[in-house]
Design a protein around this ligand. Sequence first.
Ligand code: SF4
Ligand code: SF4
Length: 163
Amino acid sequence: MDICPDSKSSCFLFTVYFVSEKKGCLFWGVVYCGFMKKGEFFPPCKECGGRCCKYVAIETDKPASKTDYDNIRWYLLHENISVFIDHNSRWYIEFRTPCLEQLEDNKCGNHIDRPRICAGHGNTEGECEFYDSPYREYFSSEKEFIAYLDKRGIDWRFSRRKK
Ligand code: SF4
Ligand code: SF4
């Protein structure tokens, strides 16, 4: 989540910092820029619309019992809740809710003091969801989850109560 500043401006600012603060160390600013261009990945946050700031995902245990399946059904019966499995077979509950710090232009309103999870996100190409979907399976409704279980022949139903 390198929403702001982008790579070019941070490179520029870093160079300005060296020139102004270190009195003439333009050399190190240029070295820094060269290093950044060569070795680091910068996500295209301006084009993306800030999608990684619009949800929270909490890892949960892989469901293994009827109670676990039932709980996931319950999560999915709520508005703006999804469940997904990532490419490492880990299960997550996703809350589709934008961060309160996200500005209208999708930049971060608290870039300097943003949580560490934000600062560490999207720093490699494989991690940024602009390029790759983090989802191996994605359930946005209870129906989709039941279809997934039924397709795999998973016995998820409790016996119905007698009236
Ligand atoms: S998903 Fe990637 S490109 Fe989009 S805002 Fe997040 S880090 Fe930037
Ligand atoms: S604090 Fe909010 S807006 Fe800023 S980077 Fe993190 S999730 Fe995005």
